[in-house]
Design a protein around this ligand. Sequence first.
Ligand code: NI
Length: 184
Amino acid sequence: MILPIVAYGDPVLRKKGVEIDAHYKGLKELINNMFDTMYNANGVGLAAPQIGKSIRLFIVDASPFEDKEPDLQDFVQVFINPQIIEEQGNEWIFNEGCLSIPGVREDITRKPKILIRYFDENFEYYEEEFEGLAARVIQHEYDHIEGKLFTDRLNAFKKTLIKGKLNDISKGKVEVDYKMKFPK
Ligand code: NI
């Protein structure tokens, strides 16, 4: 089932998600719905706050980046209660967008390598390293469950430039071809 994606300006996007356990009600269905929702919007990642749930859960499917990094061909994964332990390497720039902020894309600087602990959809525990675009997508989604958005990472000048656009999005004044929920 496709769920509406919460737009910029909704307070749920600013909340730090809480951890869940294996008994979280309807978890399997929620994950399925999140995949349906992400694919419908042509996203490569979706975090639970973006569908209105303030919990530490996000999904990724970075296979559309296969042309840039062939390893990503089958990079489809569920992250539950993740904790990024460290980030390292020389910062690099990638042009990011977000399903909650349609029509806005900006160059964002992040470190290329991460070490992360998480549980998968079967509550199997992993401690794993990711780099490049896989790390990038995870970092973006991880920000969501920390109540952060990629636009927070822009400098003051760039923030001023997109302020009007963000304000329009929060009021629903934006063209988008998937279902959204606007705060105002
Ligand atoms: Ni996003």
